[in-house]
Design a protein around this ligand. Structure first.
Ligand SMILES: [Zn+2]
Length: 398
């Protein structure tokens, strides 16, 4: 295949002293990419490389002088000029060589070796007049990664370009499916701005999507005389109804997956974030300003609880207690023991701006940076318990 390039392109350009026209550039690229892919196949690499339109456009937009300069400057310096973020490249390498003809350029197998790395998926190249009797070629082999997308992450893609909601810059992110909740943090400004968590099947969703507007089919607290009594009644119901189960993992092997509020309600079982999600959803449905909070608590590096703002006071609602006090504690009295890191409701995810030692104001815009995320029309988080209950009901009564 490489020999073929030598013949075909060598004949076209051998005696030409004019600038290299676009048709020749294109033909060289097509044949070179075909040759690279044929070689990848013989090396057992299934995935083919393609010419990346954005990368190729950028390269085509550079002057011949600039291309020729790569013969003198270090590849690192050149790669720094490459708009990697804009083109969403996670790694790139380049080679520059010159020869008497494009055919002999293409024939130098060593020159293409970066294209034979399994991780390389895009290439771009450009021929130029190096000197009167020499043709130069700049070749870039790179790994292009997609923009962040939860469904791709759930399908196994782990490397993404994400645009930071705080500083608006794109940054490269590598996500590991190992944590209860993953806060996505910007590598430029060092701020977190998104929060995702795995459901019972191991699929990740934005934290806000777990709050679905669910309200249990009970009139609990409805007849109370004060809003504080109503709040306390719902808190008490969640605490007494749901057995705390640290390692409950549903039908997935995965520990610490998140349950939807209807699942936790019907299973009567869940760990700290499951019961917090249920309580928060219920309180929000009753018109309370409530957030689910994740942070440190006594003996727990990662814990979840709820906070509610009512009549100028903020209450901290712990859902893993054996029994609850008559009146919920205000956040001040719990501030030494509970250290929040992030919180969310149905529309927004909130991150602590700095980390003061003691935080008892969970709603101050001065302390918390908030990012709004759209509420989906229909929930993307599957309700496992309800579905399986419905299907087992259906199978009992065909
Ligand atoms: Zn940023």
């Amino acid at each position: 295949m490489i020999f073929l390039i030598l013949v075909v392109i060598g004949n076209i350009l051998h005696t030409d002293s004019q600038p290299i026209d676009e048709a020749t550039q294109q033909r060289f690229r097509q044949i070179a990419v075909a040759a690279v892919n044929a070689e990848r196949q013989t090396q057992g690499i299934k995935k083919k490389v393609v010419t990346d339109a954005g990368l190729q456009n950028w390269l085509d937009g550079q002057t011949e002088t600039f291309i020729n300069e790569t013969a003198e400057i270090s590849p690192d310096l050149f790669l720094k000029r490459l708009p990697s973020k804009q083109l969403t490249l996670s790694q790139a390498s380049l080679y520059y060589i010159s020869a008497a003809s494009p055919g002999s350029l293409a024939g130098k197998l060593d020159f293409w070796k970066e294209a034979f790395h399994a991780s390389t998926n895009v290439v771009a190249m450009r021929l130029c007049r190096h000197s009167d009797n020499q043709i130069g070629c700049l070749f870039i082999a790179a790994k292009k990664v997609p923009s962040f997308n939860l469904s791709l992450f759930n399908k196994g893609q782990s490397e993404f370009y994400v645009t930071c909601r705080n500083c608006d810059k794109p940054h490269l992110g590598k996500l590991e499916k190992s944590d209860l909740a993953i806060a996505i943090k910007c590598s430029h400004c060092n701020h977190s701005y998104d929060l995702i968590a795995a459901d019972l099947l191991g699929n990740y969703h934005r934290a806000t999507h777990y709050l679905q507007g669910y309200s249990p089919p009970q009139a609990i607290g409805a007849a109370t005389s004060t809003r504080l009594a109503e709040l306390t009644a719902l808190w008490s119901e969640v605490v007494t109804r749901c057995r705390y189960s640290k390692d409950f993992s549903g039908i997935s092997e995965k520990k610490d997956s998140w349950q939807t509020p209807p699942d936790t309600y019907s299973l009567r079982n869940g760990d700290c974030e499951d019961t917090s999600l249920l309580l928060a959803d219920w309180l929000i449905a009753r018109g309370f300003t409530t957030r689910v909070v994740i942070g440190k608590a006594p003996g727990k590096d990662e814990h979840a609880w709820c906070v509610t703002e009512l009549d100028g006071k903020q209450y901290l609602l712990e859902t893993t207690l054996e029994s609850i006090p008559a009146i919920p504690p205000e956040t001040q009295s719990e501030a030494v023991r509970y250290q929040p890191r992030f919180s969310f409701d149905r529309q927004k995810i909130h991150f602590i701006k700095e980390s003061p030692d003691i935080i008892f104001d969970y709603f101050s815009p001065e302390l918390w940076q908030s990012y709004a995320y759209p509420v989906p029309q229909t929930s993307s988080v599957p309700s496992i318990a309800l579905n399986s209950l419905e299907s087992s009901e259906a199978s009992k009564n065909p």
